[in-house]
Design a protein around this ligand. Structure first.
Ligand code: ADE
Length: 252
């Protein structure tokens, strides 16, 4: 089943290079994903092709207007039967995370709207029942790069997008932990040696070492992720206590 991703933007050309290489290029060639770019300005209703205006109530900057965005979306919707989930890229959205990326990769159609200027007229979010997603707590000059980040993260999870040698199973955040360290030839480089255990050929030991490395790195670098992982692991391993007739816990 091919996923369809529509992108509504004022700068469709910005997407050409990131979509033209490596995994994203291959996934489109293999019909794993279809990515359709639409220029919101083509749907402006006045002769100046205006897409933004000054904010009601005053203040700095310009606001993306409703009419061109709604018209563009309605056109895009008419191009394929699946209605699709509408996502606005804004710094006000929920932060993108790997579990969110996994959930989005199960959708059949995504419609991403990248904004410019101070932001969108609030009625765009409201009227389109759109979800807002942020790629982090910093402000970029538009939603195009965030849309590309989202597309990259989602498409690489689609079946067949990663080659045989690649795998998403050991990625950082898979299972809520960071990745273990990787090494390749040569065995020694500028007096830095590959850990002996990786040369041992003992796959059981190597798997245990890698798991410990994931735990240690996550604990050191991302105590927030580590605390969540511990909580989940403890909940998964909790053995229900047996109780006696007085309803007291007993060891069995
Ligand atoms: N637009 C501007 N900054 C953004 C961010 N951090 N995430 C998503 N969209 C944005």
């Amino acid at each position: 089943m091919t996923m369809r991703i529509d992108v509504l933007t004022l700068f469709p050309e910005m997407f050409e290079s990131p979509l033209g290489y490596s995994i994203l290029k291959r996934a489109q060639q293999q019909n794993i994903v279809t990515i359709a770019l639409s220029n919101i300005r083509d749907f402006a209703t006045d002769k100046y092709r205006k897409v933004d205006d000054t904010p009601y109530g005053g203040g700095p900057g310009m606001v993306m207007m409703c009419p061109p965005v709604f018209a563009c979306l309605e056109h895009v919707r008419s191009q394929a039967p699946e209605p699709g989930r509408v996502i606005l890229l804004t710094p006000q959205g929920r932060p993108l995370s790997q579990p969110k990326v996994e959930a989005l990769s199960a959708e059949r159609r995504l419609i991403l709207i990248a904004g410019r200027y101070e932001g969108f007229d609030e009625r765009i979010r409201q009227g389109l029942d759109a979800e807002e997603i942020s790629i982090g707590d910093y402000v970029l000059s538009g939603g195009e790069l965030p849309a590309m980040v989202l597309i990259d993260a989602v498409v690489r999870l689609l079946g067949g997008a990663l080659g045989d040698e690649d795998s998403a199973a050991d990625d950082s955040f898979a299972g809520g932990l960071l990745e273990y360290p990787h090494y390749t030839r040569p065995e020694e480089f500028r007096r830095m040696r590959v850990p002996e255990i990786l040369l041992s050929g003992d796959h059981g030991k190597i798997a245990r070492w890698r798991h410990e490395q994931r735990l240690r790195r996550t604990q050191q670098r991302r105590p927030d992720l580590y605390a969540n992982w511990l909580k989940r692991t403890e909940a998964d391993n909790a053995i229900p206590k047996t109780r006696n007739n007085e309803n007291q816990e007993i060891d069995t």
